[in-house]
Design a protein around this ligand. Structure first.
Ligand SMILES: [Fe+2]
Ligand SMILES: [Fe+2]
Length: 387
């Protein structure tokens, strides 16, 4: 029997001669047991991992040993990192499974889309004051009307200024009440009405009498020495519906002294269905909290003018979910001569309401600043010049 050294040498030369590391074939060629040949091959490092006793595998140098130790440490660290990541993945999967099993019904939020079709677009504006209209504010208003194409426009009075001789009931002051003629006053409003009709040709336009147009009735009554038939005769000729030819322009007139739409107060009209009414009136007070005062007295939604300043007040009541009173401001020049010593708090604007089929509506106070509508950038989506 060959010694281990003889066997290793014989196996190495046979493997080289036959160009094989197959233990079975080398064992047959040498007449040795396959187990001894296999162990010799392992010692020679020709199969498997070389054994420490293999004479062909020199012991590692200190540097090689250190490098091998570092690689072993890195491999161990990598295995530990992989184990950690697998645990993390398991936790995430478990959390995802839990999240998917939550009863979503308990947290469901119903999203309601916007009405697919508008039912009614309403516009309320007024207090133009004829000759003293603010042309840039009126221009912005008319521009919006071209875009909005409202179904109904309610002009809530004081379109005519009726200064001069028609203001003779006013206390005499040191400045003139008006420095224009009645003809110029009428011409200014006539022009406005024509422009409004051209801007929204299919709109229903309703004109409420304001306290300034009412001066015409007072003047007629004074001239007729309170003879009512003579006063009526005069009024039919110089009243606002006549001088402004409202019938010819297809504009509905609502006098201050008459009842309309079943309202219990004169000079007021009602829009919308009976269960969600919106009253429009010229306004019965210009006090500091006029909007609150109007809501209090009407106990309903109400839009009014007369104060010339942007004002709104909303309230929930026991019987009504939400009631509002709004004055959108005016379209007249803001600083009048007779008002010259008071800080100005008048604002330019108009009211816009979009009502659904149920009568519920969105009310918007559209501001007109320096002759510019702040609504159109929203509608057009162009973000204005600053965008
Ligand atoms: Fe006014
Ligand atoms: Fe007024």
């Amino acid at each position: 029997m060959r010694t281990i050294e003889e066997l290793d040498a014989a196996v190495a030369s046979t493997a080289k001669r036959h160009n094989t590391w197959g233990a079975r074939r080398i064992a047959r060629a040498l007449g040795e047991g396959r187990g001894r040949v296999h162990r010799a091959l392992r010692r020679l490092g020709l199969v498997g991992r070389p054994t420490a006793a293999s004479p062909t595998t020199p012991p590692p140098t200190p540097a090689e040993a250190e490098s091998a130790a570092m690689r072993r440490d890195e491999a161990a660290a990598l295995r530990a990192r992989n184990r950690y990541l697998r645990e993390q993945l398991r936790d995430a999967n478990r959390a995802l499974r839990d999240a998917r099993s939550i009863d979503r019904g308990a947290y469901r939020i119903e999203y309601r889309g916007a009405p697919s079709r508008r039912d009614e677009v309403r516009v309320m504006a007024g207090d133009i004051h004829g000759y003293y209209m603010d042309r840039s504010a009126v221009g912005a208003f008319l521009g919006d009307m071209r875009v909005l194409q409202p179904d109904v426009v309610v002009l809530f009075g004081d379109l005519l200024d009726c200064g001069g001789f028609l203001a003779q009931h006013q206390v005499w002051g040191y400045v003139a009440e008006g420095d224009y003629t009645f003809e110029q006053d009428v011409a200014a409003v006539t022009h406005f009405l024509d422009e409004l009709r051209a801007a929204c040709p299919s709109a229903r336009i309703v004109y409420l009498e304001g306290n300034h147009e009412h001066r015409l009735e007072k003047w007629c009554m004074t001239q007729a020495l309170r003879q009512s038939e003579d006063a009526r005769f005069l009024l039919d000729r110089v009243g606002a519906p006549s001088v402004l030819q409202l019938d010819d322009r297809g504009i509905e007139w609502r006098a201050q002294g008459e009842y309309h739409d079943g309202c219990s107060v004169r000079g007021t009209i009602r829009l919308g269905p009976a269960d969600v009414p919106v009253y429009v009136t010229h306004g019965f007070t210009a006090c500091k909290h006029a909007a609150a005062k109007h809501v209090e007295r009407f106990a309903a939604n109400v839009v009014f003018g007369h104060t010339h300043r942007d004002d709104s007040y909303t309230i929930n009541t026991v019987s009504q979910p939400l009631l509002g009173g709004w004055c959108p401001g005016c379209l007249s020049q803001r600083v009048r001569l007779w008002n010259h010593n008071q800080p100005d708090n008048w604002t330019h604007g108009y009211a816009l309401q979009v009502a659904t089929r149920t009568g519920r509506f969105q009310h918007t106070q559209v501001k007109l600043v320096d002759g510019e509508s702040l609504l159109l950038p929203l509608i057009n989506g162009d973000g204005g010049d600053d965008a």
